[in-house]
Design a protein. Structure first.
Length: 280
């Protein structure tokens, strides 16, 4: 279990008396789900645009980051949209995740028709921009990086995790990818499917993609009951809280968030299928 001492050591310059109480909104070991379900976390957030003209290897985007200048460095995550979609479709995740203590980069791709392999490359290029060239690079711990994506961006998330195993976490939302075998992936990966997805059905995409990741890799699968392929394109508390928990657990190394994903929730009104290896 990660404790306050270990968390404080991970971030240079953090104020030890506020890391847990102020950031998480409570003291002790209990972490209420309300912290994750809130529309905003405890960090104030600002943003900066990256023009496509200044982007190398991807299509530009928006960086959301905690404004706190005395909390040390943060983990970072890049998020890709899906096929035919632009950054605006996943922009809601930017401030929501950043307010929980991450630097978040929601990107556009070169083309709205880029395939998963290209989107994976662009996710990694955007991560490199964040850590090497962005105006907030000094706020980022380059050892704590993650990727997320929707649809073909979700498929691209798996491609990025395959190509860069040192990534700390990956979250694939209603993913689409023709490749269903991922023996190379060692990055902890959360796959979020949608029960009524008619574009990338869970039977032919989300579930096989999850099953294609080795059981030796920490992984989890959540299926949104009654949801469609476009569920990640609008504010969704289950997607947000599960993604935040996954990133906190594996990017920030805070095992207190495991209760929300490993073993995590049970099937019910919100979820039609739940699977994981991370609790075994």
């Amino acid at each position: 279990m990660a404790d306050a001492h270990r968390l404080r050591e991970r971030a240079q310059g953090q104020r030890p008396d506020t890391v847990l109480e102020d950031v998480l909104g409570r003291g002790g070991d209990d972490l209420p789900s309300a912290v994750l379900e809130a529309a905003r976390g405890s960090f104030d957030v600002d943003s900066t645009r990256v023009s496509s003209l200044r982007a190398s290897g991807f299509g530009g985007g928006t960086i959301y980051y905690p404004t706190a200048a005395d909390e040390g460095t943060f983990g970072a995550v890049v998020i890709s949209p899906g096929y035919t979609a632009g950054e605006s479709t996943i922009a809601w995740l930017g401030p929501r995740l950043a307010s929980q203590g991450f630097v978040v980069f929601t990107i556009d791709t070169h083309s709205r028709y880029d395939q998963p392999s290209s989107r994976g490359d662009q996710l990694l290029a955007a991560l490199d921009h964040l850590t090497d060239k962005s105006t907030v690079s000094d706020r980022i711990d380059p050892q704590r990086l993650a990727v997320m994506g929707h649809s073909m961006g979700g498929g691209g998330t798996l491609e990025a995790a395959k190509d860069r195993p040192e990534l700390k976490a990956a979250v694939a939302m209603t993913p689409w990818n023709l490749d269903k075998t991922w023996p190379e992936i060692s990055t902890p990966t959360l796959v979020i499917g949608a029960q009524n997805d008619s574009v990338a059905s869970v039977r032919t995409h989300a579930v096989p993609l999850y099953e294609g990741i080795p059981t030796s890799t920490d992984k989890a699968y959540l299926e949104l009951r009654g949801a469609s392929h476009l569920a990640p394109n609008r504010s969704n508390t289950r997607i947000a809280s599960s993604s935040i928990s996954w990133l906190k657990l594996y990017v920030d190394d805070d095992d207190r968030y495991a209760q929300f994903v490993c073993p995590g929730p049970e099937t019910g009104l919100e979820l039609s299928d739940v699977r994981n290896t991370c609790s075994s």
